[in-house]
Design a protein around this ligand. Structure first.
Ligand code: MN
Length: 272
């Protein structure tokens, strides 16, 4: 019996640097996921109305929690689900959730690779004196030494400090200004995919806190999800800000990408 996918809501909003809102995101994405305007099949042919393929694990009670306490709650919950044989697809929340979620995956999957799709590299050594800031999760993660490769796609906000951080940690960056062909993204071994909705151009996804024009199309992200070479073992979809999302258009985009990530997890079926 193949392992099932657990959908886990992480309503964390204490590590945003600019606007609040992502704590309300998990349920907006669920509403998009179950909306009867669409059918439950992935483009790749899986029927997600089959409840043996995935189950909703609900939300972690993160409201009002911050710092080390929230980090430990997330790390522990994700580690437990993986130990029970599940693959975890988490819905943020701000991007700070990626540090404990990916650290838990790196412990369970030796040689873990990370594919990070975002407008921002999130490599700040220190932002607003908060080591858990949503601007720093990939710096914290690379400091652990537990990730084999970090490959970033969609980046268009590098400053001098973050270029230095990327060089220090050996991060491979496909900048938006010279985006490489996605079929050249090849991984050996397990892959975790972290998807920040602001990687998309604001024309496709206005419901985010940090507008950064010149981004990916929804189709380009789906192409990456469908076609990168490697075995997907876990993923997150983060940074939806429902306060800036007229007509729930970005929630619907998040739900669509969540569905296709589930399809990829079902297809890959990688075990550590
Ligand atoms: Mn971002």
């Amino acid at each position: 019996m193949p392992s099932s996918i657990k959908l886990l809501g992480l309503p964390q909003d204490n590590n945003s640097t600019y606007l609040a809102g992502p704590e309300w995101a998990p349920n907006r994405i669920r509403e998009g996921f179950h909306c009867e305007s669409a059918n439950p099949w992935t483009e790749t042919g899986y029927d997600l109305s089959d409840n043996t393929l995935w189950q909703d694990a609900g939300d972690l009670p993160l409201q009002g929690k911050s710092g080390q306490e929230a980090h430990d709650m997330i790390h522990s919950a994700v580690s437990d689900l993986i130990a029970q044989g599940h693959r975890v697809l988490s819905l943020g929340g701000d991007h700070s959730v990626a540090f404990p979620v990916i650290a838990a995956h790196a412990q369970a999957y030796p040689g873990l690779n990370v594919l990070h799709i975002d407008a921002h590299p999130d490599l700040y050594d220190n932002m607003q004196n908060n080591p858990f800031s949503h601007a720093s999760p990939f710096a914290r993660l690379m400091e652990t030494g537990a990730v084999k490769r970090l490959v970033q796609v969609g980046i268009r906000t590098l400053n001098g400090h973050q270029r230095a951080q990327a060089e220090k940690f050996g991060v491979e960056i496909h900048e938006m200004r010279d985006l490489s062909r996605v079929d050249q993204i090849i991984f050996d071994g397990p892959v975790y995919l972290s998807f920040d909705l602001d990687a998309l151009d604001p024309a496709f996804a206005p419901g985010v806190s940090h507008y950064e024009p010149g981004g990916l199309s929804t189709r380009q992200v789906l192409d990456i999800v469908h076609h990168f070479k490697g075995k997907l073992v876990g993923a997150d979809v983060v940074e939806l800000n429902p306060h800036r999302d007229p007509g729930n258009i970005t929630a619907m985009v998040a739900a669509k990408i969540t569905k296709e990530l589930m399809g990829r997890l079902i297809a890959d079926q990688y075990s550590p």
